[in-house]
Design a protein around this ligand. Sequence first.
Ligand code: NAI
Ligand code: MG
Length: 364
Amino acid sequence: MRGPFRLYDTYITDSQKILTDRPVKFMSYRIALLPGDGIGPEVTEATVNVLEATGVKFEWVTHSELGANAVEKHGVPLPEHVIDSIREIGIALKGPVTTPVGKGFKSVNVQLRQKLDLYANVRPCKSLPGIKTPFKDIDLLIFRENTEGLYSGLESYDERHDIADSIARISKAGSQRIINFCFEYSKTHGYKKVTVVHKANILKLTSGMFLKLAQEQAVKYPTLQFNDRIIDNMCMQLVVHPQDYNCIVTTNLFGDILSDLAAGLVGGLGVVAGANIGEKYAVFEAVHGSAPDIAGQNKANPTALIRSGEMMLRHLGETKAADALHDGLVEIYTEGKYMTGDQGGTTGTVEFAQRLAERVKSHI
Ligand code: NAI
Ligand code: MG
């Protein structure tokens, strides 16, 4: 185990391994770069600049066509060559991609997670100094099942009776692996508490199975405090005393909702990172979407994707670089001079990244 987000050695593909296993420092990491749309290209460029300031060498393999612009060019929102490229490289850094609401193509983000079997969506929500929030010392880590549940894509419309179905299909194996991931992570990283979030009182079969599997797993981890919360109560608990919770494991939709809620507790979507982890591949992306309301205006806060980049560095075993990035970020926020619009400041995306890159270099 080299960094907090490294659970399996198989994350790094053979081509990466040849590089990382060299006794001397390797030349560079190949990373698939998917800038996405909306604010995606802006925050991606900012993140690349900050990551490069750590001195770690990257070879970026950029795929700009995803979502609507890929539909125009290739007829599909997620072209097969992009998936193949990520499979070959093993690791991707991704900006957000817009999904049409209530119609149009299936989410590129959901498709990517399913096709690459990125079953663990890990979303740390930890207080940063200098950000004005109602609570201090929040350290939440949400483990969201990323491939099943209400996002399975099993939807149908009965024209005759005007009835719509969206099926929340979950499997025992699919539930077990995210639950295992959460417990193992919590134990190996010194966390004290695990909470499983469900709605097993109503959804007795799906949520019921998830709860039962988590209860069985908890018995194998006697050093971790374990409890369960029903989703609606959990939302209330998190906005009243969030410090009582650490690691939260839950199904796809509940995890999606809870992670935005938890982001709100520590400064909003502009500052919260995320990682999609599977047995073979890993895609690092922020929790936020394409933010069309501020896109193309140099207003987006790149912190969220930069912190996803920090997770990627830890995953690669580049702990020193990740620590330098983290220290630079803490310094910038503590000082409070270069805040983006979402944090009440006027600093643009580009300048924020430049200032942060300078700090990162000073910590290397
Ligand atoms: P959103 O996350 O794009 O925006 C919600 C609010 O947060 C907006 O007011 C936005 O300006 C603000 N915000 C988000 N990121 C920010 C940042 N980095 N800096 C400053 N402010 C930021 O969510 P919304 O509006 O629900 O979704 C917009 C589009 O993004 C939709 O098409 C949705 O499907 C897509 N989406 C894509 C995701 C992905 O690619 N992983 C994840 C979530 C949404
Ligand atoms: Mg979401």
